[in-house]
Design a protein around this ligand. Sequence first.
Ligand SMILES: Cc1cc2nc3c(=O)[nH]c(=O)nc-3n(C[C@H](O)[C@H](O)[C@H](O)COP(=O)(O)O)c2cc1C
Length: 173
Amino acid sequence: MSTKVLVAYATKMGATAGIAEAIGTELRAHGHQVDVLDVTSVPTVAPYDVVVLGSAIYIRRWRREAVQFLRRNRDELSERQVWLFHSGPVGPDKHQAQELPPVVRRLARQIGATPPMTFAGRLEPATAKGFLAGRLATGNLAGDFRDWDKIRTWSADVSAAISATQPSTPDWS
Ligand SMILES: Cc1cc2nc3c(=O)[nH]c(=O)nc-3n(C[C@H](O)[C@H](O)[C@H](O)COP(=O)(O)O)c2cc1C
């Protein structure tokens, strides 16, 4: 049986959803059974062996629905492998790893999640939502900085770690 993985994401302008889809594609290519879902449409993590959770960062915070997901599912998540990522830095800071907001760090510790991976984000006029985002999307922060190679490499590392720890199918031959 392959491992059942949930890739859940919290997004405002869609960039983090795209990253989650790319992670899902890579994990499937490595033989895992994967659902990629907006975090608000996950009723329970019970069906999953492993959870990958990602949030966009706004003003150094995670999206509220991602924090609520961690809180709501804290006990179930602490019994599963949990991998975290966040998407944020754009423009000249695109390579800058971001710290977890304190509230998320506390929850991540309680759950026993792995330290987060930072992926660069996207801020473009066509997808910007809100006045401030629209303004920022015209300056030197503008662009799609998502690094698909980095996302694929991280996903492959996650896959290898999952395969190393989940029980493998017995070989009856
Ligand atoms: C108002 C605003 C505040 C932001 N604050 C941060 C921040 O504190 N740290 C960061 O790394 N990125 C920050 N960003 C960049 C976003 O995280 C980035 O655009 C991200 O890819 C958006 O993800 P989404 O499309 O999934 O919502 C901010 C963007 C906007 C518009």
